[in-house]
Every structure is written in structure tokens, then in C-alpha cells.
Design a protein around this ligand. Sequence first.
Ligand SMILES: [Zn+2]
Length: 283
Amino acid sequence: MGQHEMEPWYFSPYPSSYTAADMVHICEFCLSYSENITSFERHRAKCTLLHPPGNEIYRDDNVSFFEIDGRRQRRWCRNLCLLSKLFLDHKTLYYDVDPFLFYCMTTRDSHGCHLVGYFSKEKESAEGYNVACILTLPQYQRKGFGRLLIAFSYELSKREGKLGSPEKPLSDLGLLGYRAYWAETVVDVLTEEGRGPEISVEEIGALSAMTTADVLHTLQNLNMLRYSVSCLPTPLRYSIPFTALESTSYTLRSGTTSNTPIRKVNTSSSSQTPSSNKKKNKS
Ligand SMILES: [Zn+2]
């Protein structure tokens, strides 16, 4: 594909005759495929596409994003699904691409816009998912592109005024990417310059377009969420030690109201709380 030779990771339902082929040639622009180098070169000589067949909706110095409607570009989107299945274990969508939009990230040079990765998104998601499938092609992995894809999906959610979360299950690599993104985003929000002493989980969600569940799981994974028994019983409070980043910790007061403020408290005072009185939050 393009200048790259890739080794597939998983099965993908390309035509059965391809199983015996040494190499499958994929046009990097229209994503059509051929096992025969002569017919592939014939195709390349007449293929006029230089970017994904949709609207360019974002551009910076060398990256462009394109939005492609699955209903309007069925063949291209089906080809994209076949290609991405080679590198995604759980993916099941190949054929019915109509209900999806595909957001494709490319790098630009004088030869055209080269596909780096993409995510698909249901046009109407009853569950509020903002990503269905997400993939950075192997030749572009470990370069920060995955993070950009995830960030882009949340920027779209912000524009829609919604909170979003990716569809489950995530691939192993997807889960790693999301965990890193969520942690970085939550810490960025908490340490933002000018941030007041209190912030609620809902406010973190509203600022980042992350769901409350994802914010809470992230705080839990970062081991930033604890009961602070000195403030019990009602409303329940959690203290979030944050000493690695600054000499304060956060206290989250979990009540029945929708606003559950996190309050910065001195590490010294929270460290006086007997550890036996602290329990990890399991919500
Ligand atoms: Zn082509």
C-alpha cells in the first residue's frame, strides 16, 4: 500500500482467491486491491484519486481530516473496512457502511493525502458513542497519530454539545491509547492555569466531552480517588492525592446532587487521616 509493505495481524474477508497470494496490492487512495501486480499497475496509471473521497474538514501544516459518508461512498468505505479488519480483532462491520461517517486522517505532500488512520462514527448513536472503530495504520503507529485521532473525536463531540465515549469492546491498542488520552486530559483540566480550588466530575466531563463514567474510571486508574472519612457521613467525600504533580490533593464530595465538587486540600492535612479509615471508591 503506497510505499509500505504491511504484515496483516488478523483475518479480513478479502476474496477467498487472495489467500494463496504472496502479496495483495492496495491503492493507497481509492483502497481498491489486486493480487496481480500488472493489473494493479494498470489501475495506478488511471486512478485519479489523490485524497479520501469526502470533504476536507480540518487542515494544519501537514495533516488533513476528511469526512466521508458511508452511504455516499459505499465502495471506498467498504474497502476501508476490509483494510482495517487486517489490524483489528473485534471489528465486525464490512458491508453495511451506510449508517456511519468515516473520519480519515491523512498526511499531505506533493503526491497527495496519504491515509494514516481513521475512526468511524454512527450518524445516530442511541448509546451516545462518539467512535465505533478506530485505527492508526501500523506504518504510522507510535508517532502520536492515535492520540490526534482520539482528540479529534472529542472535538467533534464538543461541537455537538455532547459527551462521548468509544464503542466497546476496544482493541488492546485502542484501550491503551484511550487510557493515555483520558489520563492526560483529566490531569490537564485539573492543573489548568487559573483553575479554582473546586471542580466536579461533571465539570471535568463538560470541559473534555468525556462521560462521567470515563472521568471516574480515569481518576480511579490514576489512584486519585479515595474516601476521606474525616468528612463522612453525608455527603460522602473522596480525597484525591495529587502529590506527584503538586503539593496539594483533591477532595471529591459525592452527594446525591448532580454537582459533586472536588476540593483541593493540603496534603499535610489529608495525610493525618488514618489510612485505615480510607477506602477506595468502587463506583
Ligand atoms: Zn486507486
